[in-house]
Design a protein around this ligand. Structure first.
Ligand code: SF4
Length: 349
C-alpha cells in the first residue's frame, strides 16, 4: 500500500469518533517494514502526546494459581492436573510488596486465577495492609466476582481492576470459555466502573477463528468502554491444553493491534505485555515504540513464579525478586525513554 494511502487512512481513523471497521482492518493488515514503520511512528506520536514519554512500572504478584475455570488457551485451567498449584500466604505477598516499594514502584498488581475458595476478606486484609504500610496504588486481577465482593475490595482501598474480555466475538468467546458467559463478563466490567475502579481490559491475538475484522471490533469495543488500561498479547499455545497444536499469534498482528489501539483510544495505559516479550524474541521494545507506555516487572517470589504458567516460555521465571527493574531500565534506555516511578493513575478522567 502506498505511503500516501496509509497516512490518509490513519488520519481518518484518528479523527473519527467511530472509525470504520474496514479502515481498521486495512491498517491491521499492514505487513511490510516500510508500511508498519508509518503505522508505529503514528502511534508513537499519539502516545507521546497523550501519555507522555515515561514508561510506567506496575509490579505484579501472582499470588494464587488455582482456578475454577476451563479457558481453552490457559495452562492454569482446572483440568490441567500436571501443574503444581500454590497460594501465597499474606506475609509472602506483603514481603514482595515491601521489596517492590523499596525499589520505588508505586503500583502493585495482585493477580490470580479464579479460585473457587478464595476468601474475599483475606484479600481485603492484604489490600488494607498494602495501603497502610506503603500507600501503593493497588490493582486487582482476580477474575469475575459478584458485586458485593468487588465492593468489599474497593472499600478496602483497591484502585484498579483488570478483566480482559479476551475477544468480543461471541462465538469465539463461547468456544474458548465453554462454561462462561460473555454478557456476564461485560456486566462485571460495568460493575467495576460503577464502583469507581479504574478498569482495564484486553484481548488475545491469534485465537482460533479470530479475523482482522473481529480484532477491529475489539478495538472499537475498547473505545466505546473508555478503558483506563488495555493489555494486548499474542496467543502462545500451552502444551498441556486442548489448543496445544494451534498456531501461535503473530507478533506483527499483535503490534499492529497495539498501535491502532493507541491511535483510537489515545489516553489508555497500554503495557508492552510479558507475552509479547516471551515470543521467539523479546518484542516489548517494539511494543514500546508502537504505542505502549507500561511495563510489568514480576515480583512473584521464588520458587512459585514458574508455576504461574498461563503459557509456556514465559520470560524471567528464574530471576530473583527485584532483578527486573534494573533490566527494564536498560531496555528503556536503549530506546531513549525513561522509567516513570509515579502512580500512573488513569489519564481518562
Ligand atoms: S485464563 Fe484465567 S480464568 Fe481462565 S483458566 Fe486461566 S487463570 Fe483461569
Amino acid at each position: 500500500m502506498s505511503t500516501f494511502k496509509i497516512k490518509d487512512v490513519l488520519t481518518r481513523v484518528y479523527n473519527s469518533k467511530r472509525p470504520a471497521v474496514a479502515d481498521l482492518e486495512l491498517l491491521l493488515s499492514l505487513a511490510t517494514e516500510p508500511e508498519t514503520r508509518i503505522l508505529y511512528a503514528y502511534a508513537d506520536r499519539v502516545r507521546k502526546k497523550f501519555a507522555g514519554n515515561g514508561i510506567l512500572l506496575r509490579g505484579i504478584i501472582e499470588f494464587d494459581n488455582n482456578c475454577r475455570n476451563n479457558c481453552l488457551y490457559c495452562g492454569l485451567n482446572r483440568q490441567n492436573k500436571h501443574i503444581k498449584r500454590y497460594r501465597l500466604t499474606q506475609s509472602q505477598v506483603l514481603d514482595s510488596v515491601a521489596r517492590m516499594a523499596a525499589q520505588g514502584i508505586k503500583t502493585v498488581v495482585l493477580q490470580s486465577g479464579e479460585a473457587s475458595d478464595l476468601d474475599a476478606e483475606w484479600l481485603a486484609i492484604v489490600i488494607r495492609e498494602i495501603k497502610q504500610r506503603h500507600h501503593l496504588a493497588v490493582t486487582l486481577s482476580v477474575g469475575e466476582q459478584d458485586l458485593k465482593t468487588y465492593r468489599l475490595w474497593r472499600e478496602a482501598g483497591a484502585d484498579r481492576y483488570l478483566l480482559k474480555i479476551e475477544t468480543t466475538d461471541r462465538e469465539i468467546y463461547q468456544a474458548m470459555h465453554p462454561e462462561m458467559d460473555y454478557d456476564r463478563r461485560v456486566t462485571c466490567l460495568r460493575n467495576l466502573k460503577k464502583l469507581g475502579y479504574q478498569v482495564g481490559s484486553g484481548i488475545i491475538i491469534g485465537l482460533r477463528g479470530q479475523t482482522r475484522s473481529s480484532i477491529a471490533r475489539d478495538i472499537l469495543f475498547f473505545q466505546r468502554h473508555g478503558f483506563d488500561m488495555i493489555g494486548i498479547g499474542p496467543f502462545i499455545p500451552h502444551y498441556q491444553t486442548r489448543l496445544a497444536k494451534d498456531k501461535k499469534g503473530e507478533a506483527l498482528l499483535t503490534l499492529n493491534a497495539l498501535a491502532l489501539t493507541r491511535i483510537v483510544t489515545r489516553f489508555s495505559h497500554l503495557p508492552a505485555t510479558t507475552a509479547l516479550g516471551s515470543m521467539e524474541q523479546d518484542y516489548r521494545r517494539e511494543g514500546l515504540q508502537a504505542g505502549a507506555n507500561v511495563l510489568m516487572p514480576n515480583f512473584t517470589p521464588q520458587p512459585y513464579r514458574r508455576y504461574y504458567e498461563l503459557y509456556p516460555g514465559k520470560r524471567c521465571v528464574n530471576e530473583a525478586v527485584g532483578a527486573c527493574v534494573p533490566c527494564l531500565a536498560g531496555l528503556v534506555a536503549s530506546i531513549k525513554r525513561h522509567l516513570d516511578f509515579s502512580y500512573g493513575h488513569t489519564l481518562m478522567r
